[in-house]
Design a protein around this ligand. Structure first.
Ligand code: HEC
Ligand code: HEC
Length: 346
């Protein structure tokens, strides 16, 4: 299995590298419409703006590097410097990166296949989290999609249309923290822009590049190039809730414990570790796995229940566990985790 991952990854890297160098060559001499040269490092949002695509409401005309740094601090460390010195922590319990990655996590940007994402996480040593990556989040066109209204009700409506509102909702509700001041919100947004898609991330084929080049001289309509660019990444991160597959129980293909081990390490233990966000520490001990196995004897569905429903905080104990949507963990992966627990128990 591992060899298969490795082979896949090698192929991926090779495709990536060739793709990137072709891109750099192709774009390096490319005089775009406004006279600015596009390169593989050109931000997609800048390219789209140049092409006349409607700018989002939160668009930043100028990105201040000092604000990017403050945004980085807020996201990774939970606070930063303000005029008075150290600012207040956003949350006493979490930082944003407890639930979100900040690099590309899907090998194919139009796809939301959790198994492809897990394999990519294994190869790149990333976490496998409930929240989507912040990389490319400003390139999306809606947030908190689909079933999230069930948890946050009307609060998601503005957040679906404006990433600033999504940042606030997550700072206050997902993080069990506070609303951000406007400069903090702008700092995080600036940081997001710094980790938004670049042309090299989009995996253009040679045909695509030829098409871009042949259309560049056409000044009339750039709609074709805009839609070509936007066809290379998902414009939203879909989010569907699942119930345990009660009716399928006996028919689920058996789980793969090797895959389950990765889920345990890259997901569960990211929070359930010493000094992690949960007080409940999951070890790699015999005792631990025996406990998990015993849970199945009591309740066949306990693992599905925790994955699909998460937990809720209560007054006096705010930390909670976010649920995994169908797009963030599939049923087969839950079976894999279960198979790993049972294999390790005695
Ligand atoms: C306890 C877990 C948790 C923490 C901490 C957390 N988030 Fe989230 N966040 C989520 C989940 C779950 C979602 C919904 C799934 C998703 O990402 O689409 C989400 C969604 C988002 C979205 C919308 C993403 C999208 O594409 O729909 C943004 C933006 C966001 N969070 C920003 C933040 C920021 C900023 C922080 C830190 C201040 C933060 N989050 C902290 C769990 C968390
Ligand atoms: C983003 C952080 C996070 C991730 C990832 C996570 N959990 Fe949790 N989990 C929590 C928190 C917080 C609680 C609430 C318990 C507490 O306050 O410590 C919790 C509670 C639980 C509980 C109930 C524990 C008890 O005794 O009350 C179980 C079981 C559990 N998680 C299993 C898992 C499994 C299995 C995974 C991996 C598929 C997982 N968790 C991934 C944060 C997380």
């Amino acid at each position: 299995m591992l060899t298969r991952y490795l082979n896949m990854q090698k192929k991926l890297v090779v495709t990536f590298l060739t793709g990137a160098s072709i891109l750099m060559l192709a774009f390096s001499n490319y005089n775009s419409l406004a006279g600015e040269e596009w390169t593989a490092d050109t931000y997609v949002y800048e390219a789209l703006a140049e092409l006349g695509d409607t700018k989002p409401v939160f668009y930043l005309e100028k990105i201040d590097p000092a604000m990017v740094q403050k945004g980085y601090d807020l996201v990774h460390h939970g606070r930063t410097e303000d005029q008075k010195g150290k600012s207040k922590y956003i949350s006493l319990y979490y930082v944003c990166t407890n639930c979100h990655n900040t690099v590309i996590e899907d090998p194919v940007l139009t796809d939301y296949d959790p198994q492809a994402r897990l394999e990519f996480a294994i190869q790149n040593n990333l976490h496998f989290f409930q929240g989507t990556t912040f990389y490319g989040s400003v390139n999306r066109e809606s947030w908190y999609n689909d079933d999230y209204y069930k948890k946050y009700g009307d609060m998601v409506r503005p957040a679906q249309k404006d990433i600033r509102e999504a940042i606030q909702l997550c700072a206050k509700e997902c993080s069990k923290g506070r609303y951000l001041e406007e400069w903090e919100e702008t700092a995080i947004l600036s940081y997001y822009y710094s980790i938004s898609y670049k042309m090299r991330d989009l995996g253009f084929s040679i045909t695509d590049i030829n098409e871009i080049n042949s259309r560049k001289s056409s000044t009339s309509s750039h709609a074709g190039i805009i839609s070509l660019i936007k066809s290379k990444y998902a414009l939203k991160s879909p989010a569907h809730w699942l119930e345990p597959p009660y009716e399928l129980a006996a028919n689920m293909p058996p789980g793969n414990p090797e895959n389950g081990k990765f889920i345990y390490e890259l997901s569960c233990q990211a929070c359930h570790k010493a000094y992690g966000v949960s007080d409940v520490v999951f070890e790699d001990s015999q005792l631990q796995f025996n406990k998990f196995k015993k849970n199945f004897d009591k309740d066949y569905w306990w693992l599905y229940s925790i994955v699909r429903h998460g937990t809720y905080g209560y007054p006096g104990h705010e930390p909670y566990m976010p649920l995994y949507t169908a797009e963030r963990m599939n049923d087969q992966q839950v079976e894999d985790l279960k198979a790993y627990f049972i294999q390790q128990a005695n």
